[in-house]
Design a protein around this ligand. Structure first.
Ligand code: MSP
Length: 519
């Protein structure tokens, strides 16, 4: 149960289009949110972690048509694949929203009416370019010519649209948006992306077409159901639907504004320009942050269906293991940058950091404890400066890791913990507890205790990234469910000497190439 003054944390993934099966991009975005959600829960927050599927619009309508089924059955089926992915990747989302749900239609229509009542919507006609693949409108000046075809800056084809349309008065929001970015310098991260958005907005904003009449698959405009709402207005609203909007009590009061919308760099503009403008116009609060992460390539090549090099997250998990995959994706690339997936890079990290550094440390220390300390947590004597240095460094991790995760620097979080893992490995070698066993058994106990404490700290902090493996390691330290939170990361909650420990089992297998395989 939560107490009324418990801190809250609301994190969201984009809702995914159901025109396609889940791929590495979806898994990556949601993984980052999962780690934040788990971290905040362990840090004492009441968390709401939302993901879901974006099921309306022309793109999905066309995909259903191509599959020869009606859009609802099509979205029912594909949406389910995203739920399955969440289970495979061990994502801990608290809610899964579908834009075809009643609660959502109600919210979008309510938002529309609020915007209309405040005079921000007018009816005219849209004459211009539209890309179904991006579900986005483009100005003539943004397009390039390729083989006699007009192409959007994203490489997507565009088509000329001429139809009646409702507009949102986005052009009026240029100044308020710039002021908002100025007053909330961390609203858009990383900084390079923030600068891009600011210069886009400074370049001037045109009013935005927010309804279409040429297809049916979507939420009708209240009072004029010849019009279907623009899929991005529909989709963005999911973040408040899931907080209970239009009801502004309860969850909405507790969780809105969201702490973080995590998005890929390709959809930043929708989240950092349109969305706060809609909300301000409706007299609702904008979210606190939008973080735009980078894109993965595969062995140096852009990932695309036509190249046939799409990375399937399920096969990564089957090949390398779940926690190994989770670790790799967040460790390999400074979060926010683009990154390259390669089999070799995956194996290197798996073998050197997980199997050698962390796995061996735990295995060596826990086996020595079980063998040489009567199968129980050893009893330390007075700590020497070298012991204290390692313990101090272990205690210093939590504030450092918190600060890194507050700016979504997952790679730095992992670096911080693995620095202590490295220190602990060097300390084992220097102290040589196996030699102390004969010369000074009491000192050996102090050394092994110090190591077990360093391990306890590292493993507790790694739980958000590698939930299964760390759970096994914490079982080996015989820590109960209420002994795994970050409130236990202090000297007062040290391991209790004399606690019987089980025989340890290796937690991180090495990758061994199969006989005859090319790798
Ligand atoms: N439906 C919209 C989002 C609406 S949110 C209100 C959408 N859906 S999507 O299915 O296309 O989203 C895909 C997500 O995966 C985006 O965040 C995108 O950046 C990310 N990625 C797609 N390919 C990717 C890579 N190759 N690498 C990393 N992420 C990538 O956009």
């Amino acid at each position: 149960m939560s107490s009324p003054d418990q801190k809250t944390y609301y994190v969201t993934t984009p809702i995914y289009y159901v025109n396609d099966s889940p791929h590495i991009g979806h898994a990556y975005t949601t993984l980052a949110c999962d780690v934040l959600a788990r971290f905040k829960r362990l840090d004492g927050y009441r968390v709401k972690f939302l993901t879901g599927t974006d099921e309306h619009g022309q793109k999905v309508e066309k995909a259903a048509e191509a599959a020869g089924v009606d859009p609802q059955s099509f979205t029912d089926e594909v949406s389910q694949r995203f739920r399955t992915l969440a289970a495979t990747m061990n994502f801990s989302n608290d809610d899964f929203i579908r834009t075809t749900e009643e609660r959502h239609k109600r919210a979008v229509q309510d938002l529309w009416v609020r915007l209309q009542e405040r005079g921000h919507i007018y009816l005219e006609s849209y004459d211009g370019w539209y890309s179904v693949r991006d579900e986005a409108f483009y100005g003539e000046g943004e397009l390039v010519e390729k083989d006699g075809q007009k192409i959007a800056p994203t490489g997507a084809p565009v088509e000329w649209v001429k139809e009646p349309s409702y507009f949102f008065d986005l052009s009026k929001w240029q100044e308020p948006l710039l002021r908002f970015y100025e007053e909330n310098p961390n609203f858009i991260l990383p900084d390079s992306r923030r600068n891009e958005v600011i210069s886009f907005v400074k370049g001037g904003l045109r009013d935005l077409s927010i309804s279409r009449t040429s297809f049916k698959w979507g939420v009708p405009v209240p009072g004029d159901d010849a019009h279907i709402m623009y899929v991005w207005l529909d989709a963005l609203t999911n973040y408040i639907t899931a907080a209970g909007y239009p009801n502004q009590d309860g969850d909405y009061a507790d969780f809105w504004p969201a702490d973080l919308h995590m998005v890929g760099k390709d959809i930043l503009r929708f989240h950092a320009v349109y969305w706060p403008a809609f909300l301000m116009a409706a007299d609702l609060e904008p979210p606190k942050r939008v973080f735009a992460h980078g894109w993965w390539t595969n062995e140096g090549e852009k990932i695309s269906k036509s190249l046939g090099n799409v990375i399937d997250p399920v096969s990564l998990v089957e090949t390398y293991g779940l926690d190994q995959t989770r670790y790799f994706l967040l460790r390999e690339v400074p979060f926010g940058n683009d990154g390259d997936f390669s089999h070799q890079a995956m194996i290197n990290r798996m073998n050197s950091e997980l199997a050698n550094d962390l796995g061996n440390l735990c295995q060596r220390v826990l086996s020595m404890v079980v063998k040489n300390c009567d199968g129980a947590v050893p009893t330390p004597g007075a700590f020497e400066p070298s012991d204290q240095a390692l313990l101090d460094k272990a205690h210093a991790m939590l504030p450092a890791v918190r600060a890194h995760l507050d700016v979504q620097a997952f790679h730095k979080m992992l670096e911080t913990v693995f620095e202590v893992v490295g220190d602990a490995n060097r300390y084992v070698d220097e102290m040589a507890p196996w030699a102390l066993r004969k010369t000074d058994p009491a000192r050996m106990e102090t050394v092994l205790y110090t190591l077990a404490e360093a391990i306890r700290h590292a493993v507790i902090l790694l739980q958000p990234v590698m939930p299964d493996t760390t759970a096994k390691l914490l079982d080996q330290l015989v820590l109960g469910p209420d002994e795994r939170g970050f409130d236990r990361l202090n000297p007062a909650c040290r391991l209790t000497p004399g606690t019987p420990l089980p025989k340890p089992e290796g937690a991180f297998p090495r990758w061994v190439a199969e006989e005859g395989a090319s790798q």
